[in-house]
Each structure stands twice: as structure tokens, then as C-alpha cells.
Design a protein around this ligand. Structure first.
Ligand SMILES: *[C@@H]1O[C@H](CO)[C@@H](O)[C@H](O)[C@H]1NC(C)=O
Ligand SMILES: *[C@@H]1O[C@H](CO)[C@@H](O)[C@H](O)[C@H]1NC(C)=O
Ligand SMILES: *[C@@H]1O[C@H](CO)[C@@H](O)[C@H](O)[C@H]1NC(C)=O
Ligand SMILES: *[C@@H]1O[C@H](CO)[C@@H](O)[C@H](O)[C@H]1NC(C)=O
Ligand SMILES: *[C@@H]1O[C@H](CO)[C@@H](O)[C@H](O)[C@H]1NC(C)=O
Ligand SMILES: CC(=O)N[C@H]1CO[C@H](CO)[C@@H](O)[C@@H]1O
Length: 309
């Protein structure tokens, strides 16, 4: 009796697992976090070869990539960090030029990249007051033109929320007048996450609570330095979650590079060491898996040399 019951539980569990194992193949929310490597420029066109689901990209810069100019990928400029002169308005004028002179359809911009993180880890290392000054000069005029602007993307550490609250309060000081308190506005919240799915869901929950009624972009995320099966299960669960949640507007896996140069572990990479799409890479583009291991390397060069002897 006991045994039969546990079989029934097992069967139910297997049914549930089977139903949730497959990640969603297609999603219009997906974009490319473009991190090219000059030694493998041939990889840059992989993301626009059909079939691909990707609808947008960012490259951590204000200006677009010429290789994507005629593609269907919408470009999202990024301010990234502080100019040496905090009153500099180059970002504003660059984006205005893209819109007004080059007729590029810019509807969204990203602001600062990990301002609460040190330069050594790719952060833009900014004080909230300095960031507020740059925001007021460059982003408010774009908002007035109808461009939607994302709140800075902090690291996944708890310090991120504190940094953002300080930033908003500094920004409020700059836009308030003697007799009227005003706040800086933003159109969506932007987050980064490295870690497991439970951590990701909890991180998203704390941002939703801190910034109610705002849509969210997850512009960098992955489960770093884990085995392949765990990494793939994380990929599937998070993609399914992002696609299901209406408040998630867009997301971009960090990700679009070869496993041998990955700083988030080889299994998190969308390309194998020899530049082929891995399973995760193919799924992200909305295709069936390739079955290619992230660790795969091209043997032909070695073989040719060997045959040559
Ligand atoms: C992930 O989803 C793909 C289909 O999108 C499926 O083929 C694969 O088995 C799933 N893997 C895991 C570990 O859930
Ligand atoms: C670019 O690729 C080369 C060759 O694989 C590698 O040595 C280098 O570290 C990579 N650069 C970055 C920034 O990942
Ligand atoms: C500009 O991009 C937005 C997506 O953000 C799209 O909805 C809109 O149709 C595009 N406009 C043109 C003229 O292509
Ligand atoms: C500005 O933001 C603060 C903190 O979120 C809030 O308490 C206040 O009501 C806001 N003020 C205005 C005028 O929107
Ligand atoms: C969020 O939106 C709901 C429904 O539109 C509204 O009732 C609520 O007051 C909003 N909350 C805040 C904090 O703006
Ligand atoms: C299976 C597969 O797609 N293999 C490709 C991996 O990349 C090399 C080099 O680009 C190709 O020659 C293979 O066909």
C-alpha cells in the first residue's frame, strides 16, 4: 500500500517534471547583449541569421553597430557611466543625431551600467549624486522627446537597491524647486542577476516591491559556473518565467560569446569554443537545440597538421 502510494507520487512528479522540462522556444522579448571579441568577428552575424527570435540589442554604447544596421534588431543606446565633465551632454546629442539626422527608430535608452560596482568588474563606479547630475542633463530631455528611459542597472547585490534610492533622492533635489518637490521619472526598471533561479525570482520580487507598477528589463543574467544540466535547467525556467510575467518587457542573456572566453563559466555561453551555437544558444534564438557541447573545439586544424606530416 505504502509502496503503491509512493509510486503514485513518483508518477505525479514525473508528470510535472515532464510538463515543465521544456523551455519556451520562441519569445519576442529576447534581445542581444552584444559583447564582441575582435579575434572572432565572424560570430557577430550569428545573432541575425534566420531563424532568430531576437528583436533588439544593446552594446553598452550610445551608437549602433554597422553590422546590425539593416537587420530587424532594434538598437537601444546606453549611457553606461559618468563623463569626466558631469555637465557633458554628448550622450544626449549623439542619440538626438541618431533619431533626427540618421532616422534610426530609437524608442528606448538604457542609463548606467552597474554604477554600484567597481571598474574592475565592469561596473561604472558612480556616486549617486554624480549619476543624478548626468541623468538630468542627458536623459530628461530624451524623455521629453518621448524616448522611454530605464533606471540604472545595478549589480545583483543588496547594495544596488540602496544605490538606486540614493540616486532617486539626489535626482529629486536637482529637479525640485524652492516651493515644489519633484521626482525624476523613469519608464522601466533594469536589473542584472547571476545566480540560481530562486535568487533571481526573489531579486525580481524585491525590485517590484521597491518600484511598484513599473515594467522590468533583465539586461544581464545567467547561472554562472555550474554544470551543463543545471545551467540548462536554469535557462529554461528563467525564460519560461520571463515570458509568462507581463511586467517583464525584455530580457537579454549574458551569454553571447564563446565558452573559452566566458567570464561566467563555459556552460553559460551561447557559443561553443569553436563558435557553434550550443543548445542554450539555439534555444535562445527560438530554434531546436543543437546538442553541441560548450566545450567543443574544432579538430580539423590539428588533423590537417597531423596529416601533413
Ligand atoms: C529545456 O528546454 C528544451 C526545449 O526548449 C528542451 O529540449 C530541454 O530538454 C529542456 N532542458 C531542461 C534541462 O529542462
Ligand atoms: C578574445 O578572444 C581571445 C582569443 O580567444 C582571448 O584571448 C581574449 O581573452 C578574448 N577577449 C575577451 C575580452 O574576452
Ligand atoms: C520603432 O520601434 C518600436 C519598438 O520599440 C515599434 O513598436 C515601432 O513600430 C517602430 N517604428 C517604426 C517606424 O519602425
Ligand atoms: C517622490 O518620491 C518619494 C519617494 O519615493 C515619494 O514619497 C513622494 O511622494 C514623491 N513625490 C512626488 C511629488 O511624486
Ligand atoms: C499600481 O497600479 C494599480 C492598478 O493600476 C493601482 O491600483 C495602484 O494604486 C498602483 N500603485 C502604485 C504604488 O502606484
Ligand atoms: C555541427 C556544426 O554546426 N558544426 C559546425 C561548427 O562550426 C564549424 C566551423 O564554423 C563548422 O564547420 C561546423 O559545421
Amino acid at each position: 500500500m505504502v509502496q503503491i502510494r509512493s509510486y503514485a507520487v513518483l508518477a505525479a512528479l514525473q508528470f510535472l517534471t515532464a510538463r515543465t522540462a521544456a523551455g519556451p522556444l520562441a519569445s519576442p522579448k529576447r534581445g542581444l547583449a552584444f559583447t564582441p571579441n575582435a579575434t572572432t568577428p565572424q560570430d557577430n552575424s550569428i545573432w541575425i541569421q534566420e531563424p532568430t527570435d531576437l528583436t533588439w540589442y544593446y552594446n553598452y554604447k550610445p551608437t549602433p553597430e554597422s553590422i546590425y544596421e539593416d537587420s530587424k534588431l532594434e538598437f537601444v543606446p546606453m549611457l553606461w557611466g559618468a563623463p569626466s565633465n558631469l555637465d557633458d551632454t554628448s550622450f544626449l546629442s549623439t542619440v538626438k543625431t541618431l533619431i533626427e539626422d540618421r532616422d534610426i527608430n530609437i524608442t528606448h535608452v538604457l542609463s548606467f551600467n552597474e554604477p554600484d560596482g567597481p571598474f574592475a568588474y565592469g561596473g561604472s563606479n558612480m556616486q549617486p549624486a554624480a549619476a543624478a547630475q548626468v541623468w538630468v542633463k542627458n536623459l530628461i530631455p530624451l524623455q521629453e522627446m518621448g524616448v522611454r528611459v530605464g533606471l540604472p542597472a545595478c549589480t545583483g547585490a543588496p547594495s544596488g537597491l540602496v544605490w538606486l534610492q540614493n540616486f532617486l533622492s539626489e535626482c529629486s533635489k536637482l529637479v525640485s524647486t524652492g516651493d515644489e518637490t519633484r521626482n525624476c521619472t523613469y519608464d522601466f526598471v533594469t536589473i542584472h542577476w547571476y545566480g540560481n533561479f530562486e535568487g533571481l525570482a526573489s531579486h525580481m520580487g524585491s525590485y517590484s516591491a521597491a518600484f511598484p507598477n513599473k515594467t522590468m528589463w533583465i539586461t544581464e543574467y545567467n547561472l554562472n559556473n555550474q554544470d551543463l544540466a543545471t545551467t540548462q535547467a536554469f535557462y529554461n525556467m528563467s525564460a519560461e518565467y520571463f515570458d509568462r510575467l507581463e511586467f517583464v518587457e525584455r530580457y537579454s542573456l549574458f551569454g553571447a560569446f564563446r565558452s573559452d572566453v566566458s567570464n561566467v563559466g563555459p556552460n553559460a555561453a551561447m557559443l561553443s569554443a569553436d563558435g557553434n551555437l550550443t543548445d542554450i544558444g539555439a534555444w535562445y534564438l527560438g530554434r531546436q537545440g543543437t546538442g553541441i557541447s560548450p566545450l567543443q573545439v574544432v579538430w580539423s586544424g590539428w588533423l590537417n597538421n597531423w596529416v601533413g606530416y
